[in-house]
Write a protein that binds this ligand. Sequence first.
Ligand SMILES: Cc1ncc(COP(=O)(O)O)c(C=O)c1O
Length: 322
Amino acid sequence: MQILDSIADAVGNTPMIRLSRINRESQHTLLAKCEFMNPGGSVKDRIAFYMVEQAKKEGRLKPGQLIVEATGGNTGIGLALAAKLKGHKLITVMTEKVGKEKVHMMQVLGAETLVVPGGKLIDDPDHFINQGRRIAKEQNAWYVDQFENHHNLDAHYKFTGPEIWKQTDGTVDVLVAGIGTGGTLCGAGKYLKEQKPSIKLVLADPVGSMLSDWQKGTEPHPAPYLVEGIGGDFIAGNFNMEMIDHSIQVSDQCSIETAHQLLDKEAIFGGSSSGCVLAAAMQFCEQMKDSALTVVAVLPDTGRLYMDTIFDQAWLASRLKT
Ligand SMILES: Cc1ncc(COP(=O)(O)O)c(C=O)c1O
């Protein structure tokens, strides 16, 4: 039996599962990297614990100092756990788009939450990221800055990438993920491309986000969308667009239906971005007829954070066509 020293040691080393029930008639091997199995229910636990640890080591986070972060929800949940473990208070700033369950979860885990209006441009002082920065300055706090903090990328370069390489025994050909900050796809992708330069990185992007249009050089059509945590209207410092080989846009309807299929066929309970990533991975597989590939789809967070949204019949009926 292996005994861990703290919950921090339970972050990462997530399972890789063969999706042979949902991916029946394909010549490709489709695998799910199950990031929803991290302690806080998402991939963001990795960067939250790692960024706190590194900031303490580098002396940028002082003992007992307040932590502030702008979040799509999951980083806030991971940071709430890391902050509690290390004896810090946490304020998270997010837009109204973040699901109520994520906000509630952060509060239960001890964070103070501030929900601000969305729809602001990145250079607007009221953009939630700028509000987070301002609050941190005013309160002499450490501002985490997952969008620019290179320890976000490093966490995936040091851990997620090597785990995928080892779990697939080096057979991985394609990595599919969404982009919020770019940490997962660019950090893990950098490690994987160093091992095997032919590996392709595929961006799964919600319709309405501008990232895939920028990557393809096509005209963006920004619009609100329901999928949480990925896509956007600005390029974070941690997103190196040049590394991306291919991008696929997925509608809300398709993302949500795919999350339901993942549950029905594989008994895997992921959130809306898991549906988006899996739908993109399956579309990619369909397009690649010439050879048999091993495709890894990163499933970022748990369906438990979407019980009042994409897994609620009334919510679905009010938002999606049937
Ligand atoms: C639900 C969800 N999926 C995916 C991601 C994307 O991860 P990354 O920030 O590493 O690009 C995020 C991050 O914001 C997220 O909250």
